[in-house]
Design a protein around this ligand. Structure first.
Ligand code: ZN
Length: 233
């Protein structure tokens, strides 16, 4: 089986369409989406529809959750908060109820899929290092746990002596973000894991940042949300 794992689309239709076009040519059996379909960008409804056209394997992200509970306490900054308010006003009741129905995690094959962390995913904690990743070693039973949330791609081995991906070890893998990369590289990011070949690969692709950013400005969303797309921060 070949799985494409995408995450953190954040209402960026240009990035999502580009990623899906490429994934279509990569002999993938299933696409899994780790959530945060909405928030920050200008096309929440379009992105939700596009993701659901391609897969029913979708986990809940904190921004998806916030759309249904905007008053709840999140560690969102001012810009994220105003984007959530904008998204709440923009989406239909039906679309919001689709987001509400998403599970926190999915277990499939040898993989655990979750937006933030395998332990208490509803706390929306972040994994930024191998040290932090290893704290979750016993929080999942599958071989590999795929996460998003930080928007920074990375492969974290549960064994400090193992430095790169292999088909027998245990790993937490962050696939990065489709719609708002934050590792200083503005190209969209996703991963493909192949259970037959025993490989995992992270892909980075350029997309039409200009259009995505212009839509954010036209929508009256915070300017900084458009600017950051050009620098990947
Ligand atoms: Zn996110």
């Amino acid at each position: 089986m070949r799985y494409a794992v995408i995450s953190d689309i954040h209402s960026n239709r240009e990035a999502l369409s580009r990623a899906l076009d490429l994934i279509d040519g990569m002999q993938v059996d299933e696409i899994v989406c780790l959530g945060d379909i909405v928030g920050y960008g200008a096309n929440p409804s379009e992105c939700l529809a596009l993701v659901r056209e391609r897969t029913s394997l979708i986990t809940l992200g904190n921004h998806d959750h916030a759309v249904n509970d905007p008053k709840a306490k999140y560690d969102f900054n001012t810009f994220a908060r105003s984007a959530i308010r904008w998204t709440v006003a923009k989406m239909t009741i039906e679309e919001k109820s689709i987001l509400r129905s998403l599970p926190f995690s999915i277990s499939l094959d040898q993989f655990h899929f979750v937006h933030a962390t395998p332990h208490q995913p509803e706390q929306w904690d972040y994994i930024f290092s191998a040290f932090e990743a290893r704290l979750y070693e016993r929080a999942f039973h599958e071989r590999v746990c795929f996460v998003g949330h930080s928007h920074v791609p990375g492969i974290y081995s549960m064994n400090p002596k193992v430095l790169s991906y292999n088909s027998t070890g245990r790993f937490i893998i962050n696939v990065g973000s489709i719609g708002q990369p934050r590792d200083g590289d503005p190209r969209l990011s996703y991963g493909i894991v192949d259970t037959v070949a025993g490989t995992y690969e992270n892909f980075r692709l350029e997309y039409d940042v200009e259009t995505a950013a212009a839509k954010i400005l036209d929508a009256g969303l915070p300017k900084s949300l458009a600017e950051r797309l050009f620098i990947g921060r």
